[in-house]
Design a binder for this molecule. Structure first.
Ligand code: ADP
Ligand code: ASP
Ligand code: MG
Length: 440
């Protein structure tokens, strides 16, 4: 069986939902994972923020506005009177719940319950739409099988067992519809797989049922060689290895949640990226096969903090790095890039929630410099560090102020740390020269 995931834009309008229907209605049994309609999760996050800031009235106004939008969508999606009425009743229950939430005291748990509503709405609506169109489908509630453990990792044994149980109950359906993104945590509270997490839901399900293939349907024709939001003349890449895709997703290619390939890599389950607006386009196939060497794609990750830790005692002192790393470990903060010299180590983090506490401890053993608003630019390709053209990189970047460089940590990745204000210029320059749109 295949698992097909459709993102926010793909279910973001009645027209697009009709496109999704025609893509999935091919007579094959499948599991379909849906995101919330585009914009909804952002709205729900804002509602939670308003509650956090004590702006109850503003939160309630936003809930009311969002509800109006859903009522309009339901009317144009469902002409069948009974289905229309049923979905309207569901929508009104969800918004009554959201209204109740605005009177609660803010907590992370409250926020998680609020943001979960987007996927619950989209799947309920879409399943009813399929019913109206005579397509055999069943809703599989993600909260009945999707669960993360205390380390926020998917609990795969539990997921396998529970998913098989719910699949058995709805055995006759042709198409199973489920929610992306949402899950339970180890205390049975509603949680989620972080923003963009529906991709991750799809590959977790893919691993749990040993799917033939996982397809991620979105609003672009696959993984491009550079970030199309900032760079002109990008093009889709037809094949990527799991390693290459994992590096790109981790280092900022928004098309994939950072963890997307993790669950399926060991079982060699291919992941295909496809465009809902242009289903005929090839897209990108992510698999175990590695193709040609050299730089294939560039991604960038913002919001990086660089910390330079300098100590006279680092000179020939055993255990200095261990002490440094232990501080980060204590504060559950992972490190992305590292460079060292005889007397200093520079490293980067993307989660600065515990920065103050980390700095206070580092301060006891070293002199520290902190630079915020940095970006990691990551160049990815099979055996990129060995490729004959890679030297060009240093020529191209003569004018860019590089704060750190990581070369050789993996054969498939070269990472540069730059100031975020130089990002667009750097990405465009790399694109023009490395992909030979302009020659040196
Ligand atoms: P969905 O809602 O379907 O999950 P996303 O917005 O999460 O879609 O991801 C698709 C978007 O990712 C594209 O519209 C594009 O703007 C952005 N993107 C960023 N980097 C890349 C890249 N390297 N290749 C393709 N798309 C990218
Ligand atoms: N709806 C969630 C988000 O916007 C999950 C997703 O779309 O993948 O982050
Ligand atoms: Mg996404």
């Amino acid at each position: 069986m295949k698992v097909l995931k459709f993102g926010g834009t793909s279910v973001g309008s009645v027209q697009n939902m009709a496109n999704v229907k025609s893509i999935i209605n091919d007579g094959e049994k499948k599991i379909v994972v849906l995101s919330a309609m585009s914009g909804t999760t952002n709205q729900l996050v804002t509602i939670a923020e308003e509650i956090k800031n004590g702006n109850v009235e503003e939160a309630q106004n936003r809930v009311a506005e969002l509800e109006k939008g859903y009522e309009v969508t339901v009317d144009s999606l469902l002409s069948d009177a009974a289905l229309n009425e049923d979905v309207k009743a569901y929508v009104s229950k969800v918004f009554a719940f959201l209204n109740e939430c605005t009177n609660e005291t803010f907590s992370e748990n409250l926020e998680n319950r609020i943001v979960a509503q987007g996927e619950l709405l989209s799947t309920y609506m879409f399943n009813s739409f399929l019913n109206q169109e005579g397509v055999s489908s069943a809703l599989l509630p993600a909260l009945d099988f999707m669960r993360i453990d205390a380390f926020k990792e998917p609990n795969l044994d539990y997921i396998k067992e529970q998913l098989n149980a719910v699949l058995n109950v709805a055995e006759d359906a042709q198409i199973y519809i489920t929610q992306g993104f949402i899950c339970l945590d180890d205390n049975d509270n509603i949680s989620n797989l972080q923003r963009g997490g529906s991709d991750y839901t799809a590959t977790i399900i893919g691993a749990a049922i040993k799917a033939e293939e996982v397809q991620i349907w979105t609003d672009i024709d696959g993984m491009h060689n550079n970030d199309p939001r900032y760079v002109e003349n990008t093009h889709p890449i037809s094949n990527l290895s799991f390693d290459e895709a994992a590096e790109l997703a981790y280092f900022g290619a928004k098309i994939l949640h950072p963890q997307t390939v993790t669950p399926v890599r060991a079982d060699h389950i291919p992941v295909r990226l496809k465009n809902t607006m242009d289903p005929e386009a090839h897209g990108t196939l992510i698999s175990s096969t590695t193709s040609e060497n050299g730089i294939k794609a560039i991604a960038a990750k913002d919001g990086i903090t660089a910390i330079k830790i300098k100590s006279a005692r680092m000179l020939q002192a055993h255990g200095f790095l261990k002490k440094v790393f232990e501080i980060f470990e204590t504060h559950k903060t992972s490190i992305d890039m590292i460079t060292t010299s005889e007397v200093a180590v520079s490293l980067t983090i993307d989660d600065d929630r515990n920065l103050e506490a980390i700095l206070a401890e580092l301060d006891k053993i070293a002199t520290i410099e902190v630079d915020k608003n940095q970006s990691i630019v990551c160049l990815v390709g099979h055996s990129v560090v060995n490729h004959q053209d890679t030297y060009k990189l240093f020529q191209i970047l003569q004018d860019v102020k590089i704060r750190m460089i990581s070369y050789g940590g993996s054969k498939n990745n070269i990472s540069l740390l730059i100031d975020s204000k130089d990002k667009i210029n750097t990405l465009q320059k790399l694109n023009d020269y490395l992909f030979e749109l302009v020659t040196l």
